[in-house]
Design a binder for this molecule. Structure first.
Ligand SMILES: NC(=O)CC[C@H](N)C(=O)O
Length: 344
């Protein structure tokens, strides 16, 4: 139990408690649909310094279940239209501040991520936890996937179909600036994305990828159609699963904007943005037709796969960054080349 003071909306929250070490980019993180179902702890002590502005949002609402910070500060920035506190009130999301986030992070690192609740009393917290389903058992993707098809850009351009499991808007923007038309499909409509578009992007998204059995055939069809494909984060995990590899749940995941990845093909290191709690078992890649092209050098997590023969590329990290460094936006250039027929 960690005591603190309430901010944001006056309500309870329950979810998987995870931490991010990102010291900036809280508006982007809080609107990242991949955080659905999670209570996000910021290890950086001052969150809110530069307020909130809609051009920072990665989706149209705050996606986390609750926010834990040491200090929720008042904003001082010319782009800010509201404080973090006001934003969370409007969005109906509770926060708690003056929590010893260092002690909480050490606990999560040592024991692993776990379900947690933000509540006004211990009894209330226990009641919430007793009634909540476990994070790993809920299909959160269904909650953040769009209900209808959404298109961006001119019809005369080559088209990328996003199988949208909760895509971050920066991914859409990275495709638009490379001259593509972009169409977001509800994830159960993946076969239409394949048939209607020149390339396919399997997006990031929340929750346990093993539950998404309705997406397992997408990989079979991508391989059969030789469809140029980019898989990002959850999309990378779906491609790995569909190819016959296995996933495991990490003890406390990678959520940061300064994670190194080692590019084994180019022998280079990039600093990248991560937000994942599951990862691909490297042993299980053998005989799938894929090879590992990137790893995280601290713990050897698989950070990218590439097909031996077909134009299929994946990243466990986030090439779109937001928040984070732009070292790996070239991944979108590679994908663009694959779609235009002169890449890998
Ligand atoms: N950002 C993502 O796409 C996250 C993927 C998956 N939900 C995980 O936690 O590993």
């Amino acid at each position: 139990m960690y005591r603190g003071y309430a901010f944001g909306v006056d309500a309870n929250a329950v979810g998987e408690v995870v931490f991010t070490t990102a010291n900036v980019g809280y508006p982007e993180s809080l609107t990242d649909p991949s955080y659905k179902g999670q209570i996000l702890v910021f290890t950086s002590p001052l969150i809110g310094n530069y307020g909130v502005s809609p051009d920072q949002w990665e989706s149209d609402s705050v996606q986390v279940s609750g926010v834990v910070v040491f200090d929720a500060t008042s904003p001082s920035h010319y782009t800010s239209v509201m404080s973090l506190d006001e934003w969370l009130r409007r969005e109906g999301v509770p926060g708690i501040f003056r929590v010893d986030t260092r002690a909480l992070t050490v606990k999560l690192r040592e024991v692993g991520v776990m379900m947690g609740a933000i509540a006004n009393s211990v009894n209330e917290a226990f009641r919430l936890l007793a009634n909540a389903p476990r994070y790993d058992e809920v299909d959160f993707t269904r909650l953040v996937s769009p209900k209808n098809i959404i298109s961006y850009g001119n019809d005369d351009r080559p088209c990328i179909g996003i199988v949208d499991c909760g895509v971050k808007m920066s991914i859409v923007r990275n495709l638009l600036i490379r001259g593509f038309r972009v169409v977001r499909y509800p994830c159960h409509m993946w076969s239409k994305a394949l048939s209607d578009c020149d390339g396919v992007l399997l997006s990031n998204g929340p929750g346990n990828p093993n539950l998404l059995t309705y997406l397992s055939d997408v990989v079979v069809d991508i391989i059969r159609d030789r469809k140029p494909t980019l898989g990002i984060c959850l999309g990378h995990q779906i491609i790995a699963l569909g190819a016959g590899a296995k996933l495991y749940k990490m003890k406390y995941g990678h959520r940061a904007i300064n994670k190194p990845i080692l590019d084994l093909a180019r022998n280079r290191v990039y600093v990248t943005t991560h937000n994942h709690g599951y990862a691909v078992d490297p042993q299980s890649i053998r005989n799938t037709g894929f090879r590992v092209w990137a790893v995280q050098p601290d713990d050897n997590t698989v950070e990218g796969l590439i097909h031996e023969r077909l134009p299929i590329l994946t990243t466990q990290f986030h090439p779109e960054a937001k928040p984070g460094p732009h070292d790996t936006t070239w991944v979108f250039d590679e994908f663009a080349k694959m779609v235009m027929g002169h890449g890998h």
